[in-house]
Design a binder for this molecule. Structure first.
Ligand code: R5P
Length: 303
């Protein structure tokens, strides 16, 4: 008797705002999609209700976790409820994993939020699936997530998009941390690449410098980064490219956190287009991640 035919398919439960992603993943992996309903009481506390029976099911909670603080408690309530009501396994799919950048105490007294966030999430779910978490000083998710934590890579989908949309790109990473994405995408599409040096002096104050100025002739510069937050990193890089004689660049990012004036800052710096993966819902989303997440879920045997 085949395990696959007797085990129920995964049940994808969308937290508010993640219904479209949950439906797309369910369609891609043969799962079933439902929602987690939430209600905010007048006193500011939350009521959470799972809108499908979970007994004996692999429950996959799907949550867009940008602006995470208000989303965390309902997520934890939903996870605990799934376990209490008999789910065999609870997996969290969070395409953008927050709190990965504060991975050390930069100044005395600061909270190392990467560690605390990981500990809290790990106490409530059995597994985590995410896309390109910001791993810098932390080498892998295993270092801080004691659960089955898996990081998928957006690079193949970004490379496919560039292959289709940009005939002769020259890839540019704005800082050393972006080198991992830039090298991977460049090798997939056979494009040249360079990586700049960045210094950050404040949230909105960034400077970049060339290690060596590449040969732009006939090529479209494409700035590639994992996170677009204030947009100042990509804006500073775009200015440096244009000052060095390159054509106006396009930008490709994984996570469009995009604070309110990020796109204005990019436009003012000469960027012609910003394209992002849909790990964070945003008008610039053009590279869907549901196929990648669905394939990862489908490849895991039901437990
Ligand atoms: C930082 O190390 C990241 O890789 C991004 O470069 C950074 O988060 C971008 O932030 P912003 O858009 O605020 O410059």
């Amino acid at each position: 008797m085949s395990l696959k035919t007797t085990e129920p398919v995964p049940l994808l439960l969308a937290l508010p705002g993640s219904e479209g992603l949950a439906a797309a993943i369910a369609a891609g992996c043969g799962g079933e999609a439902a929602s987690v309903a939430t209600h905010r009481f007048p006193d500011g506390e939350s009521l959470v209700r799972l809108e499908a029976p979970v007994q004996g099911r692999h429950v996959v909670l799907v949550a867009h976790l940008h602006e995470p603080d208000a989303k965390l408690l309902p997520l934890l309530f939903a996870a605990d409820t799934a376990r209490e009501l008999g789910a065999t396994r609870v997996t969290l799919v969070a395409p953008y994993l927050p709190y990965m950048r504060q991975d050390m105490r930069f100044r005395a007294g600061e909270a190392v939020t990467s560690h605390t966030f990981a500990a809290v999430v790990s106490a409530h779910v059995d597994a985590l699936l995410t896309i390109d978490p910001h791993l810098h000083r932390i080498a892998s998710l295993d270092a801080i997530y004691p659960i089955d934590a898996r990081a998928l890579r957006a690079a193949p989908a970004m490379a496919d998009w560039l292959r289709r949309e940009v005939p002769l790109p020259l890839l540019v990473g704005p800082d050393s941390e972006s080198a991992q994405w830039v090298e991977s995408v460049a090798s997939r599409i056979g494009a040249p690449f360079t990586v700049l040096d960045k210094q950050r002096f404040g949230d909105h104050d960034v400077a970049v410098a060339f290690r060596e100025v590449p040969d732009w002739r006939g090529r479209t510069p494409v700035l590639l980064d994992d996170i677009v937050s204030t947009g100042r990193t990509l804006a500073a890089a775009a200015r440096a490219l244009i000052e060095a004689g390159a054509a106006a660049p396009i930008c490709v990012g994984v996570h469009a956190l995009c604070n309110s004036d990020a796109e204005d800052a990019l436009r003012a710096a000469g960027v012609t287009r910003l394209v992002t993966c849909d790990t964070v819902p945003h008008p610039t989303n053009a590279i869907p991640m549901a196929p990648l997440l669905a394939a990862a879920l489908a490849s895991r045997s039901p437990e």
